[in-house]
Design a protein around this ligand. Structure first.
Ligand code: ZN
Ligand code: ZN
Length: 132
């Protein structure tokens, strides 16, 4: 228990070191195993905390849960596009986010939870790859 803060910092540092990558809990446990033992349940608990704090974003592809570092609090204010092929996460501009949210709300009377919404698709690079 005494190491909890340290482990959290370790996790945060690792995720921020790889902002373009997504990780499962298993991968994180493995990645940090060199830094002393960190249990799977500890990582789960810490990832929940980090998700609540906005440090990471949690999303699912199929049945697998992934975590990826955000760009801090700025990521609360815009929508994200996620490439399912390479994992790249794109950050939409605040202006575009606001425009889209307004359009959706106006036409569907549906209020988008921008903070929790991730739009899945294929990024430009991966589209290119498919066609060549
Ligand atoms: Zn963002
Ligand atoms: Zn891609």
């Amino acid at each position: 228990m005494a190491y909890r803060t340290e482990q959290k910092e370790l996790l945060t540092a690792y995720l921020r070191l790889h902002p373009d990558r997504q990780f499962t809990v298993g991968e994180l446990v493995q990645a940090l195993s060199g830094e002393g033992t960190i249990g799977t349940s500890t990582v789960y608990r810490l990832m929940n905390r980090l998700t609540e704090e906005g440090v990471v974003r949690r999303f699912m592809v199929g049945r697998t849960v992934y975590y990826q570092a955000t760009r801090g609090s700025a990521c609360h204010r815009h929508l994200h596009l996620k490439c399912t092929a390479c994992g790249e996460m794109l950050h939409l501009s605040a202006a575009l986010t606001e425009f889209l949210c307004r359009q959706i709300e106006a036409s569907n009377r549906f209020r988008l939870d921008g903070d929790a919404t991730l739009l899945f698709g294929t990024c430009a690079a991966c589209q290119k790859e498919k066609h060549t």
